[in-house]
Design a protein. Structure first.
Length: 425
């Protein structure tokens, strides 16, 4: 197990003054002097892991909670089981690190799994298993599968998923530590769980489809966030709704020109079957509003437009309640999971017009046209009772890396889990 220590001094030696890592007899030393030290520590960890190191022990002084977490983010990899021994710190912080790692590792496991392994029913089962191990008998759940969704009016999830031989699923989890069946729901989490996205009849090119196992990143993120919040002592009732489907092509697939009528009366014309995430989330947001929870949070890998706006180091934030959006951004800074607000007003709802329905699910142009991320968020706002609750939408631009870079291995990052958990506490 390689011992790794920290130094705030710039490296001076044979490796050059730009070196992040220097090797000594006792192990490796990370030199994090300069701007953005947490990024430098994460980059150093990624460098060590790429050299084949999978067992590390953080030693010496200077290993704060934030620095240790930054190291872990760079050290984790989908190709190997890494072993990391935390530095000696406060016992409460050690418990927090372990809980955060359990949540992040679970996200990596389910998001990085192949679409053959992680289909809608399996995702729902994995979520229940993960949360039950944490919450025990304070947790209950309900699963609706296949045509049962249509029978109960959940037309978005059913329509998107009906072409697959593996049926769509809506999972509702009720975490109720109060023991009172009539206790109010303090918050509701909604996650997009598209376990594979071909684009449907608006089919994606191969290059755009190859990583679409990640399209259930929203469902994974809100599930892990609830688990992490419970481990931190959450004592209020929270519900979790995952809308899970495979968006495939078959003779019974939903088509461009179809009009869906949702439970809240909204009618939606389908102009792009690759704008399917908002269709399943609409069901979840209606169900969330029915709980009368004062706080509704949804998360999704929803738009490429968000990634174009904020890049892959930030998640994008949307909401009509500006104070709530500001709170989410402040908490993102606190937990070192950067997030940034993008524009959203009620008039954005008019940006996807339809001749045949209240709205279309996109616009008939590449990527939904200008302002696509805001227009997608506005679509979601139609299905939330924003007059009676605070609602915030996370477009998870930072939750997955298509390929490895200087700080992250390829695959899921877990970015957004701690931010959403902090919103619940």
């Amino acid at each position: 197990m390689l011992k790794i220590s920290l130094s705030s001094a710039q490296y001076e030696g044979v490796w050059g003054d730009k070196a992040l890592v220097a090797y000594e007899a006792e192990g490796a030393v990370i030199h994090f002097a300069g701007d953005h030290p947490l990024r430098r520590i994460q980059q150093a960890a990624r460098q060590l892991q790429s050299q084949g190191i999978t067992r590390a022990s953080l030693t010496g002084e200077g290993w704060s909670y934030e620095r240790q977490w930054a190291f872990y983010c760079g050290f984790a990899t989908p190709k190997a089981e890494v072993e990391l021994r935390w530095a000696s710190i406060d016992e409460d912080e050690l418990e927090l690190l372990n809980a955060r790692r359990r949540s992040a590792d679970w996200v990596r496991k389910v998001v990085n799994a192949s679409p053959e392994e992680m289909y809608p029913q399996k995702l729902a089962d994995e979520a229940v298993s993960f949360l039950s191990a944490i919450a025990g008998d304070t947790l209950s759940h309900q699963i609706l599968v296949g045509d049962a969704l249509a029978e109960q009016g959940w037309v978005g999830t059913h329509s998107v998923g009906r072409a697959s031989s593996r049926p769509p699923v809506m999972l509702t989890v009720d975490f109720n530590p109060t023991g009172d069946a009539d206790a109010p729901v303090s918050a509701c989490l909604v996650g997009k769980g598209i376990t594979f996205d071909s684009g449907g009849y608006s089919i994606k090119p191969s290059a755009g489809m190859v990583t679409m196992k990640c399209d259930m990143g929203g469902a994974a993120t809100v599930t892990a966030a609830l688990g992490y919040a419970i481990e931190q002592g959450l004592r209020q009732r929270v519900k979790l709704i995952l809308c899970c489907a495979e968006n495939l092509i078959a003779g019974n697939a939903y088509k461009l020109g179809d009009v869906l009528t949702y439970k809240n009366g909204q009618t939606v014309e389908i102009v792009n079957t690759d704008a399917e995430g908002r269709l399943v989330l609409a069901d979840g947001l209606i169900a969330a509003s029915e709980t009368k929870a004062p706080l509704i949070i949804d998360a999704a890998t929803l738009t490429g437009a968000a990634m174009m706006a904020v890049g892959t180091d930030y998640n994008a934030l949307f909401g009509l309640d500006k104070a709530l959006v500001f709170k989410a951004q402040q908490l993102s800074d606190l937990v070192n999971e950067p997030a940034w607000p993008l524009p959203l007003e009620t008039w954005h709802q008019a940006n996807c017009p339809s001749y045949y329905a209240d709205t279309a699910n996109s616009r008939v142009m590449k990527g939904g046209g200008m302002g696509g991320a805001s227009n997608a968020a506005a679509f979601l706002s139609r299905f939330v009772d924003t007059d009676n609750c605070g609602w915030i939408h996370f477009d998870l631009a930072a939750c997955f890396r298509d390929s490895a870079d200087a700080r992250w291995a390829a695959g899921a990052t877990g970015a957004g889990v701690a931010n959403i958990a902090a919103m619940l506490l």
